[in-house]
Design a protein around this ligand. Structure first.
Ligand code: GLP
Length: 271
């Protein structure tokens, strides 16, 4: 795991966008694992901008989202399908037939989960998985005590997640209490992972996830097991990290990060 601390939310988010663009330039038919949440809105705005202004091509990309609520239609404004179309897919030149989310209204939810796993395998697995962290430490909707080997399945949401996400519904009481989510085991099979965490409300959980013990109480801590995971954070979310100087030294000195330092990020989008 590597931790990159950028001064503010804007530069942390931009760096995550640049890394995604570079993966796409290197492999146009990249299979992206995508996340939702407020943190990702700005990231998708950056990526849409690269499509519009720098001609970054998404036409061959395939995407699999981490999760979807159970029991609401894709057309519901609170659904993650609606979120993805609105913030990203409608703004880029992706073929929507290549954008996948679990179907939270399937009659047989277990069959839907097994089918989702199968489809990811058929597409050759996820090349690059994007993640955020929920306030209770979840990745996807892998709530505390999720098995670190779990696969795609239905999960009941914690009160903390309901409190965090229900304001995103026009009518907060409509927020479903269950969701289909890729499992921790599914996520850990991605070839690379980028986790983006910003804001002071995430400082405590970020410190637990990256510097604390691996525990199913904080499923993001399982990212410590992944061989190619980059956690990009802003100054506020990094405030409780103990080894900040070490992380900064790596970013400022290791050759692989040279193109992404200081003001070179913008060049990185096209370069
Ligand atoms: C939801 C998603 C998570 C995401 C989290 C963070 O719960 N299921 O994948 O990481 O939101 O949300 P935010 O960016 O709004 O803090």
């Amino acid at each position: 795991m590597e931790i990159i601390i950028r001064a503010d939310t804007e530069s942390a988010t931009k760096l995550a966008a640049v890394l995604i663009v570079h993966a796409l330039l290197a492999k146009p038919h990249t299979v992206l694992g995508l996340a939702t949440g407020r943190t990702m809105e700005r990231l998708y705005a950056f990526l849409s901008e690269t499509n519009r202004e720098n001609g970054v091509d998404f036409s061959l990309a395939k995407t699999f989202n981490l999760d979807e609520y159970v029991g609401i239609q894709a057309t519901h404004k609170g659904s993650y399908r609606h979120y993805m179309n609105h913030h990203f897919f409608d703004k880029i030149n992706i073929d929507k037939r290549n954008t996948f989310l679990p179907n939270g209204t399937a009659e047989d939810l277990s069959a839907e989960c097994a089918e989702y796993e199968k489809k990811i395998r058929e597409f050759g697995g996820i090349d690059l998985q994007l993640l955020g962290i929920g306030r209770d430490g979840h990745i996807g909707f892998n709530e505390p005590l999720s098995s670190l080997q779990s696969r795609t399945r239905v999960k009941a949401l914690t009160p903390s997640t309901i409190e965090q996400n229900s304001p995103l519904f026009e009518n907060p009481s409509e927020m479903p209490r269950r969701a289909i989510t890729m499992g921790v085991g599914t996520i850990l099979e991605a070839k690379k992972i980028i986790c983006l965490v910003t804001g002071s409300s995430k400082a405590e959980v970020l410190a637990k996830a990256v510097e604390g013990p691996i525990t199913s109480m904080v499923t993001a801590s399982a990212l410590q097991l992944h061989p190619k995971c980059v956690v990009i954070v802003d100054g506020k979310s990094a405030s409780l990290l103990k080894e900040k100087k070490y992380y900064d030294w790596i970013f400022n000195n290791e050759p692989e990060w040279e193109p992404y330092r200081a003001n070179k990020q913008q060049d990185g989008i096209t370069g």
